[in-house]
Every structure is written in C-alpha cells, then in structure tokens.
Write a protein that binds this ligand. Structure first.
Ligand code: NAP
Length: 328
C-alpha cells in the first residue's frame, strides 16, 4: 500500500469556496534529480488564487491540481543522482506549482532539487515560505537593468509582498528608496523594511512628495499598478531612467512616445515564470545570498490550517496586509 498524505486540491476553475477541498492522495516519491520535502508552511500569493480562479484558462490539464507555488520544509528523501547528504536539509521552495500538478499546499512535495534551496539555520520556515514568487520577482525587477548602488528607486506599493522585498533588496544594494503606500498601517511596514521616504498617496500629493524626495528624479521605478501610476512614474523619472512593470491593473497602457524618447526611458516588463534561465538562476542566488546576510524579513503572518485553504486564498484575493501562510 503506498503511503498517503493530506493535500488541498481543485479540479476546475472557480471560487475558492466552490473548488478547494482537502483530500488524501498518494505521497510523492522523488524521481531522478528530485528531492522530497516535508512541507511545514505553504505561502499563498496572488498568482495562486488567480490561477485557481481561471486566469490562465478555465481548463485543468490534470485530474486535479494541488495549488501554491511557495513553501518551506525539510528534505526527507532524495531521488537518483541527488546527494543523499541533502536529507534533513531545511529548504525554501520556488515554482512548486508552475507547470506542475503538485504545488506546496500538501504535506509533501517532490520537485527538482534546484527548486528546494537551503534555508540558513536561523531563518524560520515562515520566512522561507514567503520568498519564492515575491522575492525572486523583486530581485529581477531591481537588477535586470544593472547595478543600483547610489541610485534612487521608487517602489510602488511598498507594503505588498513584492514591494517589501524590493525595498529590502534595494537598500542592501546601496540604493535610496522612496515608496508609495495607501495607509498608515502600510506606511509602518514600508518604514520597517527600510524605505528612506514613505509617501502615503491617499494623504498627500504623491508627485510633489516624490519630487521633494528626489529632486533630480528617480532612476528606477518598480511598478505594481501601471495604469494608475504611469503619470506619476513618467513625471518623477530621471533622464535615462527605467520603469519596470510587474502587474496589471488595466490591460491597456497608453503613453506619449516622444517625451519618453527624449528622456531615453527604458520600459521593462517582468513575469517571473518566463524570465530567461540565467537571470532566474541569478535571482535565486541573489535572494539566497540576501537571506544568508539577514537582509530579508517577514511581513506580519496570517496563518491558516490546511482545512482553511479556501479562506487563505480568499484572504490574499481580498488584499490581506501581511503574508498569508498555510501551516501543514
Ligand atoms: N509579474 C510577476 O512575475 C509577478 C510576481 C509577483 C506578483 N505579481 C503581481 O503583482 C501584484 C502584487 O503582488 P504581491 O504579492 O506583492 O501582492 P500584495 O502583497 O497583495 O501587495 C499588493 C500591493 O500592491 C498595491 N496595489 C496598488 N494598486 C493595486 C491594485 N490595483 N490591486 C492590488 N494591489 C495594488 C497595494 O499597495 P497600496 O495599497 O499601498 O497601493 C498592495 O499593498 C499582484 O497583482 C500579483 O499578481 C506579478
């Protein structure tokens, strides 16, 4: 009789309450080049509820899907070709559910060994499960266009998961960080992450405040709401600056071309799943190095049980402030 485990699954696109349920399925065995991880925390990101809700198509390629990309736990078995010394290693997981049937919302996951990265001894599983999607995205957005030491970076939505790691990684890389937020609670989180200037765009004129903080303009913008913020971004950007878009608040983006040419602006779009391979490896290494140096911190956790998986997805969908985690 194969061993079984508890896992959250869905077999069609739809609302969290209608589709997610917890079942017993076969515990995975690690294949060649794979490790098996006893998952302790599964991290929930917007990508997880959007995929479950049908953002990448309503069809499901498998009988069922175990959701969630990120997680952390210990390796308890390795497949052929993997160093047996990895058994017992504490790890953080990235891309657990990307083009795969089995994500991290389960007691175990088996996946290619490079997607389970050593977690330093002093780093919690909660932080480990918070890194994959947001920290890798923040890293790529910040560094795709070269070093940022001595530059000013504007991070939109600095209390969001990507924004949080963008602030911490940018500060560590020697940049000055200006960030925008929509509330006092979010301002406190952005300050705690180390932002030099925090602008509450609901309480003050954001353009005026960003200009006052960076009279020569910001060199790079890490943008979560392109349609909403493009006017602010282009008006506060330094000559030869770069705007990096990593989310969509409107499918269309319109801008006047010539002023951007005159300023030699660079526009970059990032989707972490399809970042070219060497850059993805660089992001994993960069996030790992920052973690080892104690640069990355947790957002306030909201911990759910596996039986509460639907509530966990809904919390992210409804914009929970902090990090939504599922404890296994
Ligand atoms: N391209 C990629 O590879 C990639 C990777 C990760 C995430 N994403 C996407 O990026 C977005 C943020 O992800 P996250 O994990 O950082 O989420 P999060 O933790 O929920 O944070 C989102 C932050 O974005 C700000 N925001 C501004 N306009 C928004 C809008 N129209 N809708 C939602 N949030 C808005 C909010 O800050 P204020 O309230 O302070 O404005 C909020 O704190 C999501 O849409 C996600 O799907 C894309």
């Amino acid at each position: 009789m194969p061993e079984t485990m508890r896992a959250a699954v869905y077999d069609r696109a739809g609302s969290a309450q209608d589709t997610l349920r917890v079942v017993e399925i076969e515990r995975p065995e690690p294949g060649p080049g794979e490790v098996r991880v006893r998952v302790r925390f599964s991290g929930v990101n917007p990508t997880d509820w959007k995929t479950r809700a049908g953002a990448r198509g309503a069809g499901i390629e498998h009988d069922y899907v175990v959701p969630n990309q990120d997680g952390a736990g210990e390796i308890d078995a390795v497949g052929e070709g993997v160093d047996p010394a990895r058994v017992g290693e504490r790890v953080w997981i990235w891309f657990g559910a990307w083009q795969r049937q089995h994500g991290t919302a389960a007691e175990w996951i088996a996946l290619p060994e490079r997607q389970a990265v050593k977690l330093p001894d002093n780093v919690s599983f909660e932080l480990g499960a918070s890194l994959g999607i947001p920290a890798l995205t923040a890293y790529r957005c910040l560094f795709a266009d070269g070093p940022i030491s001595g530059q000013t970076v504007l991070v939109a939505g600095g209390a969001g998961a990507v924004g949080h790691y963008a602030i911490e990684l940018a500060k560590h890389a020697g940049a000055r960080v200006v960030t925008t937020v929509s509330s006092g609670e979010k301002a406190r989180l952005a300050e705690a992450a180390g932002a030099d200037v925090v602008v509450n765009y609901r309480q003050e004129d954001a353009e005026h405040a960003v200009r006052a903080a960076a009279p020569n303009g910001v060199n790079r913008v890490i943008e979560v709401a392109p349609a909403q913020n493009l006017p602010l971004d282009v008006r506060t950007l330094a000559p030869a600056g770069t705007i990096v878009f990593y989310a969509t608040d409107d499918p269309e983006l319109t801008m006047r071309v010539f002023p951007r040419m005159q300023a030699n602006v660079t526009l970059r779009f990032v989707l972490i799943y399809t970042v070219p391979e060497p850059a993805l490896a660089e992001a994993v290494a960069g996030v790992s190095a920052a973690l080892a140096e104690g640069v990355l911190t947790e957002l306030p956790p909201h911990v759910f049980t596996l039986d509460e998986i639907a509530a966990a997805h809904d919390a992210v969908e409804h914009g929970a402030i902090g990090k939504v985690l599922v404890k296994l």
